[in-house]
Ligand binder design. Structure first.
Ligand code: CU
Length: 121
């Protein structure tokens, strides 16, 4: 019983040790890979005037669409399907907090292949 408790404690510590910052990308002009089937980062921060290069990096088609459709990779790329190497650079000129998702592997509620974009004023 005591051994079991120690193992559980180690597992919990291991999980807590993974900082959330590993999933955060911050910069003015950044690139986010769209893997099968997740975004390289689940939180992206750019300043107003910044850009995100949403870059296909999987065997499947992916995209990044804002949950209220305020912006999307489709508006730049011209298609919801981006494959390996397909690049859509989106400009962000308005501050705000956005949920983005892949229409094939996530949803507007932020589940599945999804993340949060913060455009800092
Ligand atoms: Cu996808």
């Amino acid at each position: 019983m005591a051994v079991g408790a120690v193992v559980v404690a180690l597992v919990l510590t291991g999980c807590g040790g993974e900082t959330a910052n590993d999933d955060v990308l911050e910069g003015e002009h950044v690139t986010v890979l769209m893997f099968d089937n997740r975004f390289e980062y689940t939180e992206v921060r750019v300043p107003v005037g910044g850009t995100v290069n949403w870059l296909g990096a999987g065997a499947n088609a992916h995209n990044a669409v804002e949950s209220d459709e305020e912006w999307s990779t489709e508006s730049v790329w011209g298609d919801l399907e981006q494959f390996d190497g397909d690049s859509a650079v989106v400009n962000y000129d308005k501050g705000g907090e956005y949920v983005f998702f892949c229409t094939f592997h996530g949803n507007a509620d932020g589940a599945g292949m999804a993340g949060k974009l913060i455009v800092e004023a």
